[in-house]
Structure formats: structure tokens, C-alpha cells
Write a protein that binds this ligand. Structure first.
Ligand SMILES: Nc1nc2c(ncn2[C@@H]2O[C@H](COP(=O)(O)OP(=O)(O)OP(=O)(O)O)[C@@H](O)[C@H]2O)c(=O)[nH]1
Ligand SMILES: [Mg+2]
Length: 283
């Protein structure tokens, strides 16, 4: 009797398609040295949007942690994630060394896009935020556009008030099951940003949960065939060029920072800031 043919198990790994390892300090130094060239802009404004529970607040915490070298938890994170937890239009500064000194970039964490019982942030508000019409601290009213006579409406925004980079956060665990509504909203937001020529970056979170080969070793992130496939799909579905899509793992259960998580995060941050800097200089 002949041997039963052995099953060929496809290898989940491929040749590394982006090289980031070993560059953490270079990325960090870039961010430490960064100052906007355009004097009209004291700080770059980065607007974070994406579906509810995608990891937007965790991403902000992870940026803070990677910059500070310790795990922090300032942007409140919700572990249930049914309805959007973030309801304020909040702007985060990142501490740089001593008290009162900050990196020259700020992040605005917007409420999730999804429909909960209260509904998510309306796309019109995201567009207003991009143009700089929404003042910091405004409590977002789900599905309701901020009206011009509201005290939180900035009637005359200048370059310093408007958004300079748009970051779309998507969880790798839900990429295939994103509702049409979310997809359409994200495309709508992207289109509005494109019309304003605002650069855009996509952050793919929860790669540890979605890909076992990445969970086993985060250094497999740019070797995982399935992850690469997801990046290709996202690029087609949402129209992001591949070099604007960054897989990251957020700090969510860790109590100590680690070099791999920091490296992925800081590489994404370096490009985000570079795109924003190019934008404010191009006007
Ligand atoms: N495994 C893993 N879990 C993550 C990651 N990022 C976020 N989480 C978890 O996902 C859940 C939702 O994260 P949040 O950061 O609150 O998501 P959000 O996009 O801010 O949600 P809303 O503000 O409600 O729209 C939390 O339980 C996080 O701990 C990640 O990279 N990996
Ligand atoms: Mg949040």
C-alpha cells in the first residue's frame, strides 16, 4: 500500500515587504526633533476617525506610551465597545520631557462612526472638524450636525484650526465584516478630505487578535500573507495607497512598553507627521 499523500500546509509567511525593525530610535528621534516649518501652524492637527471599538482611543494611548516610554492610559478606553464610548470632541497633547512641554502635534479623538442606540458621529460633523469649525471640548450629539449658531462653532477657522492629517482606524478583526454603512461613511469622509487635499493614513489595529502568526511573534507583521492580503483589500476598498496603511498593535493588556510595539507605532507616526508637514507647507 502506498503512503497517503501528506497534506501540504500553506506557509502563512512570505518575504518581509516593509523593513521597520531596528529603526525605533530613528523614528523616535524624528518625532522629538520635529517642528512645523510653516510658522502659521504651531502644531499639526491629526483627526482620528473610524468605527466604534476599532481602537482609536487605544491608539492615542499607545502613541503616548511609545513617546513616553511607559504605558499610559489617558484617552479612556472601553472594553465592551457596543456603543461608542468617546463622546467628546477631545484634543490630546503629548507630553515631551518636562511639565508644560508638548510635542507640536495634537490628536482629536472623535466618537465612533457606527450606529448604536444613540447613533454615531455624523459625517457632516467630521467634515466640519476637518475644516476647523468644531471647537475643542464640544460634546458630540449623535447624528446631528453642529449648527452655525452654536457657541462651539468656530466661524472663521484658519490653517491652524483645521485638520492637517486624517487618520482612519480600522480593526483587523472586523475588516471583513465592516457594515456597508461604515464603509460608506469612511469613503464619504475620505472623499471630503481628498477634496481639501488633506493627507490620509489608515491604521490597522488588533493585528495580534486577527493573525495567529503575529500573535506568536509580532515581528511577523510584514511577513504574514494574510495580513498583506488585508492591506491589499483595504487599499482597494477604501482607496488608500498601500504606503499609507500601517498595521499596529495597541497597548491594551501590557503594563510595560516593548520595542516591537513601539517600533510599529512610531513608524506609523513618523509617516503621519511627514504627510501632515508636507500638507501645511504645500498651501
Ligand atoms: N488585542 C487588541 N485589543 C485592542 C487593540 N486596540 C484596542 N483593543 C481593545 O479594543 C477595545 C476598544 O478599544 P477603544 O480604543 O476603546 O476603541 P475606540 O475606537 O476608541 O472606541 P469608541 O471610542 O467607542 O468608538 C478595548 O477593549 C481595547 O483594549 C489591539 O491592537 N489589540
Ligand atoms: Mg474611543
Amino acid at each position: 500500500m502506498g503512503k497517503a499523500p501528506s497534506k501540504v500546509v500553506p506557509k502563512p509567511l512570505m518575504e518581509e515587504w516593509r523593513k521597520v525593525w531596528g529603526h525605533k530610535n530613528k523614528y523616535l528621534q524624528f518625532l522629538k526633533d520635529y517642528q512645523p516649518y510653516n510658522k502659521e501652524v504651531k502644531q499639526l492637527r491629526v483627526l482620528i476617525h473610524g468605527p466604534t471599538g476599532a481602537g482609536k482611543s487605544s491608539f492615542i494611548n499607545t502613541v503616548d506610551s511609545a513617546l513616553q516610554g511607559r504605558v499610559t492610559g489617558r484617552a479612556l478606553v472601553d472594553s465592551i465597545g457596543v456603543e461608542s464610548f468617546t463622546i467628546k470632541h477631545r484634543t490630546f497633547k503629548f507630553n515631551k520631557g518636562g511639565p508644560g512641554t508638548f510635542y507640536p502635534f495634537v490628536f482629536t479623538d472623535l466618537m465612533g462612526l457606527e450606529k448604536g442606540t444613540h447613533g454615531g458621529v455624523c459625517v457632516e460633523d467630521i467634515k466640519l472638524a476637518m475644516k476647523g469649525h468644531i471647537k475643542d471640548g464640544y460634546n458630540i450629539v449623535p447624528c446631528t450636525k453642529l449648527s452655525e449658531d452654536n457657541q462651539n462653532y468656530n466661524k472663521d477657522p484658519t490653517l491652524k484650526d483645521q485638520v492637517h492629517v486624517l487618520v482612519c482606524v480600522i480593526a483587523a478583526t472586523t475588516e471583513n465584516i465592516l457594515s456597508d454603512e461604515s464603509m460608506n461613511k469612511m469613503r464619504d469622509v475620505r472623499l471630503a478630505a481628498s477634496l481639501m487635499e488633506i493627507p490620509q493614513v489608515a491604521i490597522l489595529t488588533k493585528i495580534d487578535e486577527a493573525f495567529p502568526e503575529v500573535k506568536t511573534d509580532i515581528k511577523n507583521v510584514y511577513k504574514s500573507k494574510n495580513l498583506k492580503q488585508m492591506v491589499d483589500d483595504l487599499s482597494v476598498k477604501l482607496g488608500f495607497p498601500q504606503n499609507c496603511i500601517f498595521p499596529v498593535k495597541n497597548y491594551h493588556s501590557e503594563i510595560e512598553t516593548n520595542d516591537e510595539i513601539d517600533t510599529l507605532l512610531l513608524s506609523a507616526m513618523k509617516m503621519t507627521i511627514t504627510f501632515g508637514e508636507d500638507y501645511v507647507n504645500s498651501l
